[in-house]
Write a protein that binds this ligand. Structure first.
Ligand code: SF4
Length: 365
């Protein structure tokens, strides 16, 4: 049986953060329970297809999945369990410290959720305020403690670099606070100013590239010194706690996304649900099929996604030309990558410039 990762998008947040371009909005009363029913309907519409699969990862992302009540989450988990769900499936729920209460986490754990990803973002109050986040660091610490109390040890913390007011010292302090909470996994992304966000209309001062590199390098060097292996451009984990669900995206394994703005790679096709929560709740399918993947598309995806991972990509099947090989050897000489027995993998310095490196490489192959 094929393995499948199931993604469920929860497009609701209490308040929109200043930098956020994810598809989410403030729910009206009754929206969440109506939405949950629509997700169950959409899942059931794949009834026949799902019989060929074992679901081995489930990911509730958002938005803010921790806005779901115990009853709403139970409905979703009951619906998922009607399909072949692996006994040892990784079941992740993204949580915001301000909405994940102790009782809710206990209930989520009893439903089988065994991994929690918490949006910590920073350990500094002024930085959290600048981002428009509703929580404090004390709430993050309480949320981690509540997860552990509920028996969930597989905890990931999200942090941001390049936050307004962030200094090298405040970043190190936030990282230390994060590590002191003993998460199994950390995701650290650089803040980007995205269109249609409050930050886009009124941009905060952003660091230059050298400062960004210092922050990136110091972050992952520190995490490594604390026993977290940087296995992907923006992710580090204790051994054995790498995100199994996200690995599916980077390795081009099959995933099915439910809910508006959710993307799928299922039965050889890529498609997504239009970002329209109201239409989705009314039962409109609005699935947009991407054009069928050509051999070139598959090659580009394999290189672009695979090079995000420290383990890299075997480029032998691409039959690299002498020009490509000399490009890779030059990159290796400058410590941007390692290229050994046909396997190309980026170093930390290479990760930081991965967009440029990958574009240049794809132009050569
Ligand atoms: S909580 Fe997350 S998804 Fe919601 S607005 Fe903030 S960053 Fe976006």
């Amino acid at each position: 049986m094929n393995k499948l990762g199931l993604y469920i998008h929860i497009p609701f947040c209490r308040q929109k953060c200043q930098y956020c371009a994810f598809y989410s909005s403030r729910p009206r009363p009754q929206d969440i329970s109506r939405y949950v029913k629509a997700v169950v309907r959409q899942l059931d519409s794949y009834d026949e297809d799902l019989q060929d699969y074992h679901i081995d990862t489930v990911y509730f992302g958002g938005g803010t999945p921790s806005l779901l009540s115990e009853g709403d989450m139970a409905q979703l988990m009951d619906a998922i369990r009607r399909y072949p769900l692996s006994e040892h499936a990784e079941i992740t729920c993204e949580c915001n410290p301000d909405s994940a209460t102790e009782n809710k986490l206990l209930s989520y754990a009893s439903l089988g959720i065994n991994r929690i990803s918490i949006g910590m973002q920073s350990g500094q109050q002024d930085e959290l305020r600048a981002l428009g986040r509703l929580h404090t660091h004390e709430k993050t610490a309480a949320c981690v403690a509540a997860c552990k109390q509920a028996g969930i040890e597989n905890i990931s913390l999200d942090l941001l670099l390049s936050i307004p007011h962030q200094t090298p010292d405040s970043l190190m302090d936030s990282l230390q606070k994060a590590v002191d909470l003993h998460p199994a996994h950390l995701s650290v992304y650089g803040l980007k100013i995205e269109e249609k966000t409050p930050f886009f209309l009124d941009p905060p001062p952003m660091p230059d590239e050298d400062t960004e590199w210092e922050a990136y390098q110091n972050t992952f060097a520190f995490l490594e010194s604390m026993g977290y292996n940087q296995y992907e451009i923006s992710n580090a984990a204790k051994p054995g706690f790498e995100s199994r669900h996200n690995n599916k995206y980077w390795k081009r394994d099959e995933t099915l996304g439910l809910g508006p703005a959710a993307h799928s790679f299922f039965k050889g096709r890529r498609f997504y649900q239009e970002a329209d929560t109201a239409a989705f709740m009314q039962g409109n399918k609005n699935i947009v099929q991407e054009p069928p993947l050509t051999a070139r598309d598959i090659l580009e995806e394999t290189v672009m996604l695979g090079l995000r991972l420290k383990e890299g990509v075997d480029v032998t099947p691409l039959s690299p030309s002498p020009q490509t090989i000399s490009f890779l050897e030059q990159l290796e000489k400058e410590a941007y990558c390692t290229y050994h027995k046909g396997v190309l993998s980026l170093t930390r310095k290479g990760f930081f410039l991965s967009n440029t490196i990958i574009t240049s490489l794809l132009n050569l192959i």
